[in-house]
Design a binder for this molecule. Structure first.
Ligand SMILES: [Zn+2]
Length: 561
């Protein structure tokens, strides 16, 4: 399947190349530049058409996305009809459909109907990402999110791990990937536990970033002073605040739109072009919580980020913009049981008026309830921030459900309020499995119904990259490269495993999750990070390191398509 697709894309690009050659021959003014130099991928996590329709009604005018609708994407994973964000984003980042909660590795097993068995790409092996490839081509790279940096979607572009919850490893790999522009949350994963951070390995990654000449910022107003890369801007210890709550709870945090504008400004300084991934991370959480207040404002600020990307792409002419969800969440519908018999009478204002009154997200509202978990307090807070006068029974029902939801107590608000006081339906607090809409702009924009891994191949082809060649160059199995007793994994410090390779009496060490090779008292910065997969006890290292350890002056294979 994958091979057939690649042949298809290669032949598409051959046709493009031919057209391009004709253009060059026919006009001396056309420089020998590829049709696409930059790719911007904007992911609205956990979303689909119904939410976009609602956002359009709420805004009262077309969305930026409306102008660039081109198709849809199938989102299922290798194992399941409903995707988790980790395999969903991994397909977009690597062009390989995987499963479980894997971050940019091949799947562990293959059980899904329709998946070709025995394709050989199994066993939790790292697959190179379009971001890693863009960097090797000399392009600038960037990640902009509203979640922690180590969350599933950004992780899939920057890191490789058998499970998405390995956030410490993921953030460490992100730091050693030498990404030019990083904006989001998750600052606590840069610092050791004894310095107020969350790292168990006791490493201070802020020192690493400074040594690699990254500016470190943590406030929105520092964005304006940034004139050039590199920069790591993590604006909260954990996730950023929901867009609707930001003015009240965290005015020092930038919006997704502001971060996207600055990222494009910085990355576009690279004469070879850039790759940028932007995620509206919390659209998904609003879906999980069945929370229209959180959903609408996060979706509209995402749409503003899309407009910023489109404005740049229209001016630049060599930028491919892809905007799409990774899967849907919450199963939201315009219309619910309350509208079973009167749906033809629901007017725009009936739909929108209750939503316009909502001034905080559900988690923000729950924070205002505080410790006073009484029906009276619930009624007071819901009236104040959502403009809804609840009955005593509704307030009691919310308290009852909140207890059942435990850590996600705020899920109770949408669950009780949406069916009775809005025209919105929700079917689940989880993800759903339908196709998601695809939006695209620029040279070679894809059209029609795509498969999730196609997004990875299209991004790679536009960047001029062959993901298979790239994977072979970045991820060599250490024990296969150095057979016998030469390879040891020192796990005496379990949070900081180190690979040791003895070759012709000389010892080389490669710490896991980093891109450092230490040999003969010297440290070399490698072009990729060292990955250890505990499940299979395999270690992967860049081919560059193999050459250096063997003392071979071989040149590295080409990764262009
Ligand atoms: Zn997701």
């Amino acid at each position: 399947m994958v091979t057939a697709r690649k042949v298809l894309y290669r032949s598409c690009f051959c046709v493009l190349a031919l057209l391009w050659a004709i253009l060059i021959l026919s006009g001396p003014l056309l420089a020998a530049d590829p049709p696409v130099k930059n790719v911007i991928v904007l992911i609205m996590d956990g979303c689909s058409d119904e939410q976009l329709t609602l956002a359009r009604w709420y805004k009262g005018e077309p969305l930026a996305l409306d102008a660039i609708r081109t198709g849809a994407v199938k989102t299922h994973t290798r194992e399941a009809v409903i995707a988790d964000s980790a395999p969903a984003a991994s397909a977009y980042a690597t062009g390989v459909r995987t499963g479980g909660t894997v971050i940019s590795l091949t799947p562990q097993r293959e059980t899904s109907p329709g998946a070709a068995p025995g394709t050989g790409d199994m066993g939790l092996e790292p697959r190179a990402t379009v971001l890693e490839g863009a960097r090797l081509l000399g392009k600038a790279t960037g990640i902009v999110v509203t979640s922690r940096l180590g969350h599933a979607t950004p992780a899939a572009y920057m890191a490789h791990a058998p499970a998405r919850d390995r956030e410490s490893d993921i953030t460490e790999q992100a730091v050693y990937q030498n990404i030019d522009v990083v904006f989001g949350g998750g600052r606590r994963f840069l610092l050791p536990a004894n310095a107020g951070g969350a790292r168990r390995d006791q490493e201070d990654l802020t020192a690493v970033l400074r040594a690699r000449s990254s500016s470190l910022i943590d406030k929105a107003d520092e964005l304006q002073n940034l004139k050039k890369p590199k920069v790591f801007g993590l604006f909260a210890p954990s996730h950023l605040e929901p867009e609707i709550d930001r003015p009240q709870f965290a005015p020092e945090q930038p919006s997704l739109a502001a971060m996207t504008r600055k990222a494009i400004e910085l990355l576009s300084q690279n004469p070879k072009g850039f790759f940028l991934m932007v995620e509206g991370s919390q659209i998904d959480w609003a879906g999980h919580a069945n929370d229209p207040a959180h959903l609408l404002r996060d979706l509209l600020i995402f749409d503003q980020a899309v407009q910023i990307a489109l404005d740049f792409a229209a001016k630049n002419g060599q930028t491919l913009v892809l905007a799409l969800p990774d899967h849907n969440t919450g199963g939201m519908s315009i219309g619910n049981r309350r509208s079973d018999n009167n749906y033809t009478d629901i007017r725009t204002e009936d739909l929108i008026a209750p939503l316009k009154k909502m001034q905080l997200s559900a988690p923000g509202l729950w924070r205002q309830v505080g410790e006073d978990k009484t029906p009276e307090k619930i009624k007071e807070v819901v009236l104040q921030y959502w403009g809804i006068a609840l009955t005593q029974e509704d307030a009691q029902e919310i308290l009852k459900k909140a207890k059942l939801h435990g850590k996600e107590a705020h899920y109770a608000l949408g669950e009780v309020i949406c069916p009775k006081y809005t025209h919105l339906g929700w079917t689940t607090h989880g993800h759903t499995g339908g196709d998601v809409p695809l939006f695209a702009f620029g040279p070679g924009r894809p059209i029609g119904l795509l498969d999730a891994p196609d997004i990875g191949w299209i991004t790679a082809a536009a960047l001029g990259l062959d993901l298979d060649k790239l994977t072979r160059r970045l991820f060599v199995d250490a024990r296969q490269a150095f057979p016998g007793q030469a390879v040891r994994l020192d796990r005496s410090n379990p949070d900081n495993p180190v690979l040791t390779i003895t070759h012709q009496g000389r010892q080389a060490t490669l710490p896991v999750n980093k891109n450092n090779l230490q040999q003969g008292g010297e440290t070399t910065e490698l072009e990729g990070v060292v990955i250890y997969i505990s499940d299979t006890d395999r270690v992967f290292m860049p081919l560059q390191a193999v050459h250096l350890i063997r003392g071979e002056g071989k040149s590295l294979p080409d990764i262009r398509n």
